[in-house]
Design a protein around this ligand. Structure first.
Ligand SMILES: [Zn+2]
Length: 211
C-alpha cells in the first residue's frame, strides 16, 4: 500500500505523480527532470540536493519542511541539475560532480562565517593568530604566513561544516609546523581529533573550481 500514491497535489505545476515508497522515500516524477527522491532527515538543517552515483536526484528534507517547498527548491536548481547530469553523461571523470549542491553565498557572507570561526577554532586550541584575510585565490584553500597571518579562500564557507573547519585547521597547524612533514600531520591529527588524511581525501571531492 502506498498511502501517498495518486496525482500530485504539491504545486499543481510540473510534477506528475507522487508516491510514498516502501523505503520511506517520497518519489515525485517531475516533467523534464525525472524521478526526484525526497527523504526526511530529522537532523538536517536545510534542504540538501545531490545527485546519486546513479544520477538520481536525491533531496534531503529537514523535518517540518513541506514537500512542496522542497520541490520548489529542486525546480529552482534545474540548471545545476542539468549541468551535473550532462557532465555525468559525458563521462567526465576529471571533475566529478560535487557530492551535493553547496549553499549560495557571496564573499561578504562567507567572511562573516569564516572570520569568527577561525578565531573560535584558534582560541579553542590555544593558538595565537595574527590578521585574518578572506581571499579569492583561484587554486588555494588558504595559507599561513609569518606572524600568524591566516588567509582563507572565501569558498571554504561553501563546504560542508566539517570540511570548512578542516581547511581552517590545516592552516592553523602551520602555526606549529611550516611544512607538510610527518610532524605537521601529527599536529593536524590532534587538531581535527582524528585522521586528517581521511578529511584530506574527502576535501578532494569538493574541487575549488566547481564551487
Ligand atoms: Zn599546508
Amino acid at each position: 500500500m502506498h498511502p501517498g500514491a495518486g496525482r500530485a497535489t504539491l504545486t499543481g505545476k510540473e510534477c506528475e505523480v507522487s508516491v510514498t515508497a516502501t523505503t520511506g522515500e517520497h518519489i515525485i516524477i517531475v516533467n523534464g527532470l525525472g524521478a526526484v527522491y525526497l527523504r526526511i532527515n530529522r537532523k538536517a538543517r536545510r534542504i540538501i540536493l545531490r545527485l546519486t552515483e546513479e544520477g538520481e536526484i536525491a533531496v534531503t528534507v529537514p523535518r517540518g519542511v513541506p514537500y512542496g517547498e522542497a520541490l520548489d527548491f529542486v525546480l529552482s536548481r534545474r540548471d545545476w541539475i542539468a549541468q551535473q547530469q550532462a557532465r555525468r553523461d559525458r563521462g567526465e571523470t576529471g571533475l566529478p560532480p560535487l557530492p551535493y549542491e553547496p549553499p549560495t553565498l557571496d564573499r561578504a557572507a562567507a567572511a562573516a562565517i569564516l572570520e569568527p570561526r577561525i578565531r573560535e577554532l584558534a582560541s579553542s586550541h590555544g593558538l595565537t593568530i595574527g590578521r585574518i584575510q578572506v581571499k579569492a585565490q583561484r587554486t588555494l584553500w588558504g595559507s599561513c604566513a609569518t606572524g600568524g597571518r591566516i588567509s582563507i579562500n572565501w569558498k571554504a564557507a561553501r563546504l560542508p561544516d566539517h570540511l570548512r573547519d578542516y581547511v581552517i585547521l590545516h592552516e592553523l597547524a602551520h602555526l606549529r609546523h611550516r611544512n607538510h612533514g610527518p610532524h605537521y600531520w601529527h599536529a593536524l591529527d590532534k587538531l581535527v581529533g582524528g585522521d586528517a588524511k581521511v578529511l584530506d581525501r574527502e576535501l578532494r571531492r569538493w574541487p575549488l573550481k566547481l564551487l
